[in-house]
Design a protein around this ligand. Structure first.
Ligand code: UDP
Length: 539
């Protein structure tokens, strides 16, 4: 809601309340309303008034947040409304048959002065806190303890400002160890079982049952947020918890949106909750691609909140040496020396499309697939992993599919590959593995949808194929296998583009500037850091 709209809504609500609640004295109630309105209003009872007050309180809270701000605005609005009352009282004296009541005028003026003074006092009390060294203190929130793409991005952001940040996780796991190894203070605030089992597909009943656990976590998070300048929600559940918590604590909220909000990924109720929370509570939404932003806006998200910042990546100075590559190839994975190695990295999940790659490899007898990653999040993912193992055992693929499991250090796997494939069957919000393949100097093939299609420029920095199209993927793979000059050209362009567009320091600087703006700190003086160049611009 825009600030002007919020204030107008509040004024309207407050004026309505004032009309409803103005004490009755003979027939002088609501003197400036037409008589029949006044009579109608006389029928309003206690419950109406109570409901109206609750509505005002809820609107004020949604519009302005903390009780101090609500109090400040309420005082100000009361002041103006009583001033209006005085003016009406004065005007009334010019209507034949009506007289001005001096007591009302004085009472109105007093109310006006008290309201405005009260509002100024509250304003002084709520002057924002600033850390003494001029660096905003940030509380990052993330729902999972597992290491997905969103968490790897947060790991980089939080570890670059470890002294001025803390990360709250709603689940324990290897993400916490990774953060702590990077020197980031971390704490786990657990969601109860009912609430933590709400997934992206959850229905209304399930969501309702999870409410008590969610409320408790919101209060704990609000308490934690009070020691920080800015709250930064890195996942969908982190927004649902962090939004109201930041509001209660009176802290600005940044939401980093790593997902495409659409039917394949979220249930309708979850989509509504996400959009509502982002629109009401977030000061800024960082979308990791134009596709992510478009989906957010298409579902009702406020476009003006959104800034597109892609993921950033460390550019390693050294790649894997030959001996380590040999060890990986022959000892760890047992891949013959003449094999054409196709790497697919990322968690095992149906929408990531590992099955599409395995199908495409059937007519390519010298191609071996290395599947790097594990089923990370859901039971469906674990079932899918079993189905993949069964598919890999089919006669056309025997011995050619290598499940490498989850690896915290992936560099050598990218260096070993002849080609890196991304085969998501749903639009990918960003697709870190594509950039990692490009940085490794490998030709990449990606699905033509979502953020992946923004990263890869077809025939220039890689090849794009239609999502789920086995034949097209197989043709692209064969083309790269047999035309090594073309593959090398794509790889070179890709590496240069990835270095130009996705280097971590520039991305960190943009995010830091958003944090500073949200926390009302001075921003980085380096110009042009509000948005990143897109891959297509760089190409
Ligand atoms: N990854 C990893 N170890 C693995 C498999 C994947 O560290 O065994 C990393 C991968 O390098 C990438 C991230 O997990 O940085 C996956 O990010 P992506 O955007 O591709 O997918 P997401 O998990 O966000 O859907």
């Amino acid at each position: 809601m825009k600030k002007g709209a919020r204030i107008s809504l509040l004024v309207l609500l407050a004026a309505g309340l004032w009309l409803a609640l103005k004490p009755t004295a003979g027939n002088r109630r609501l003197t400036f309303l037409p008589v029949h309105w006044s009579e109608y209003v006389d029928f309003m009872d206690f419950w109406f008034n109570l409901g109206a007050f609750a509505l005002l309180a809820a609107t004020a809270w949604l519009a302005f947040g903390t009780w101090k701000k609500v109090l400040g605005r309420a005082c100000l609005i009361t002041g103006f409304i009583t001033l209006l009352n005085v003016m009406l009282e004065l005007l009334q004296s010019s209507i034949p048959g009506r007289a001005m009541d001096l007591a009302d005028v004085w009472a109105g003026l007093l109310g006006c002065v008290l309201g405005i003074v009260g509002s100024m006092a509250v304003q002084l009390m709520t002057e924002g806190r600033k850390s003494s060294d001029g660096i905003p203190q940030v509380l990052f929130l993330d729902q999972t303890g597992r290491l997905g793409g969103a968490e790897l991005m947060l790991l980089d952001i939080a570890s670059a400002r470890a002294a001025d940040s803390e990360v709250v996780l709603f689940q324990d796991g290897e993400f916490r160890s990774a953060l702590e190894n990077a020197g980031v203070k971390t704490r786990v605030l657990r969601l109860d079982d009912e609430a933590s089992s709400v997934n992206k597909q959850a229905g209304l009943l399930h969501v309702l049952r999870s409410i008590p656990g969610i409320v408790q976590l919101i209060l704990q998070t609000a308490q934690a947020s009070r020691s920080f300048d800015v709250v930064y929600a890195n996942t969908a559940k982190a927004l649902i918890i962090g939004g109201p918590a930041a509001r209660l604590a009176g802290r600005p909220l940044i939401f980093h949106l790593h997902d495409i909000i659409a039917d394949g990924h979220f249930s309708p109720i979850n989509q509504c909750a996400l959009i509502f929370c982002a629109n009401c509570f977030a000061d800024r939404v960082i979308a990791n691609s134009e596709a992510t932003k478009d989906a957010f806006v298409a579902r009702g998200g406020r476009a003006e909140l959104c800034v597109v910042i892609p993921n950033g990546f460390h550019i390693p100075e050294e790649r894997t040496n030959k001996d380590d590559l040999k060890k990986l190839r022959f000892s760890c994975l047992n891949i013959p020396s003449d094999a054409f190695i196709v790497l697919m990295a990322g968690r095992l999940a149906h929408w990531k499309g590992q099955h599409v790659l395995l199908e495409a490899l059937k007519p390519m007898p010298s191609a071996h697939a290395v599947l790097l990653g594990d089923a990370l999040f859901t039971d469906e993912d674990r079932e899918y992993a079993h189905r993949l193992h069964a598919q890999a055992d089919e006669s056309e693929l025997t011995g050619r599919v290598h499940f490498a499991g989850f690896q915290s250090d992936t560099l050598a796997y990218f260096d070993l590959a002849d080609v890196v494939v991304h085969a998501s069957v749903f639009p990918e919000p960003f697709g870190r593995v594509i950039v990692e393949g490009m940085l490794a100097g490998k030709p990449v093939i990606a699905s033509r949808a979502g953020g992946a299609a923004e990263i890869v420029s077809h025939e220039h920095t890689g090849l794009l194929v239609d999502p789920g199209n086995v034949n097209e993927l197989a043709e692209a793979l064969m083309r790269l296998q047999h035309d090594s000059a073309f593959a090398a050209r794509l790889a070179l362009n890709a590496q240069q583009t990835a270095r130009d567009v996705y280097a971590l320091p520039a991305v960190q600087r943009q995010i830091e500037n958003l944090i500073r703006k949200a926390g009302k700190y001075k921003t980085d003086p380096i110009p042009g850091t509000d948005t990143a160049p897109s891959a297509t611009q760089a190409a």
